[in-house]
Write a protein of this length. Structure first.
Length: 178
């Protein structure tokens, strides 16, 4: 499910109420405000017998200027990324066009999958100059080792005049080998 609408208090509560009313569950979600607009993407499970009613109620939110779209999904193929290693990529530097394109093109060209990514502009501590910040979690194929990934992203960072940091990403509850 995706939902978009002009930001105001209560949107999340209202979406959750509609979902819960139909015995559905919001399992995973990401929500934010960008440019005065609220945006959400969520994985919602619903009993098959209540699906049509839920979809109808979600569509009716358009009257309240909350635009919802839905798509049926299936469980991910766990074998698809077998042997991949997750890393966190953090980037910071003076904002300019093309940073995201340069980094994501490298990732695409090396078969690296983006699991999540956030970008934002923040004022630099002393000057207030806009700093571009990016944080991503990526799944890297076994053919690319940490040293190579780090060196190649560092080289892109140098070209783009930004600092790039690559670190192992450990999910909550995951054991760390010694």
């Amino acid at each position: 499910m995706t939902a978009v609408g002009e930001d105001r208090p209560g949107i999340v509560s209202h979406l959750a109420e509609v979902i819960t009313r139909h015995g559905a569950n919001m399992e995973d979600s990401r929500m934010t405000v960008l440019g005065g607009e609220f945006a959400a993407i969520a994985l919602v499970t619903v009993p098959e017998a209540k699906e049509a009613e839920l979809l109808k109620d979600l569509e009716s939110l358009a009257k309240e200027k909350i635009h919802v779209t839905t798509k049926k999904t299936k469980a991910p193929d766990a074998s698809r990324f077998k042997g991949y290693t997750n890393y966190q990529i953090s980037l910071e530097g003076a904002d300019h066009e093309g940073i995201v394109h340069k980094i994501t093109s490298y990732l695409k060209n090396h078969g690296i999958n983006i699991q999540s990514m956030e970008t934002e502009l923040v004022p630099a501590p002393e000057t207030g100059t806009p700093l571009f910040c990016m944080n991503a979690i990526v799944s890297v194929p076994p053919s690319i080792n940490f040293k190579t990934l780090n060196e190649e992203l560092d080289a892109i960072g140098a070209e783009e005049a930004v600092d790039v940091d690559v670190a192992a990403y450990i999910e909550a509850g995951q054991e760390v080998g010694v």
